[in-house]
Design a protein around this ligand. Structure first.
Ligand code: MN3
Length: 245
């Protein structure tokens, strides 16, 4: 019954947006729905479902942190973003908004970034309870070798950048306009798609460095959180983002 309702809802949305069913996977459709109010019948942003259970990232990221991070923190960004865009009548698309975010209401920058960054962050992780080796593969792996000499070098550089962020922020691997990869960081909920970002590019990896992302399990040991996060990086998703960028 639920499946049928969900299916009919999707068909309705596909009809509205004029997309062919074959062009959109279920996962992509869900993300489109949550990130774009234009194809979301309630005309507001929505909290996306996690693509796994709250305890799926154990033992590296604990269940309680995931519950609070997703259902409280991310939900709050969504709610505040919807409030911030109440005054905006025209077509509102987050990725477009980021290109001129410096001229917008600060609440759209904080909460639009918060919604976008977390939506990406959830997708860029996956379950790996047995801690099997988890490394980049495919074209992204080749690009990492080209730009950082070795995978271990890249991992070390990214971990150092993430551990040195002062206060709250995000660490990113981005693909720049020239096609090269770069490790960069942003403060608060800013991201590399925003006009105010020092290094601009398409996010390929995203790591939340806010204390709410790790404090329950790791307290002040941010380096341990970062070291364990590598176990749950979803390299298939990163490869997909890299190829699309
Ligand atoms: Mn967070």
């Amino acid at each position: 019954m639920n499946d049928r309702r969900a299916f009919l809802k999707k068909i309705g949305i596909l009809g509205l947006s004029g997309m062919a069913t074959s062009m959109v996977s279920n996962e992509q459709l869900h993300i489109l729905e949550t990130l774009n109010p234009d194809i979301n019948p309630s005309n507001s942003f929505k909290l996306p479902n996690l693509p796994y259970a709250y305890n799926a990232l154990e033992p590296f990221i604990d269940e309680q942190t995931m519950i609070i991070h997703h259902s409280k923190h991310h939900q709050a960004y969504v709610d505040k973003l919807n409030k911030a865009i109440e005054q905006v009548n025209e077509h509102f698309d987050l990725e477009t908004a980021f290109k001129s975010i410096s001229s917008m209401n600060i609440s759209i920058r904080h909460n639009g970034g918060g919604h976008y960054n977390h939506s990406l962050f959830w997708q860029l992780m996956r379950s790996n309870p047995n801690s099997t080796e988890n490394k980049s593969s495919g074209k992204l792996a080749d690009a990492i070798i080209k730009d950082f000499a070795t995978y271990d070098n890249f991992k070390k550089e990214f971990s150092e950048k993430a551990s040195k962020i002062f206060g709250s922020g995000w660490c990113w691997l981005i693909k720049q306009q020239d096609g090269n990869l770069k490790i960069t960081s942003t403060a608060n909920q800013d991201n590399p798609l925003m006009d105010i970002a020092q290094d601009k590019g398409t996010p390929i990896l995203a790591l939340d460095i806010w204390e709410h992302a790790y404090y329950l399990k790791y307290q002040n040991k941010r380096a341990d959180y970062i070291a364990n996060w590598w176990n749950v990086v979803n390299w298939d998703k990163a490869e997909e983002l890299f190829i699309k960028a």
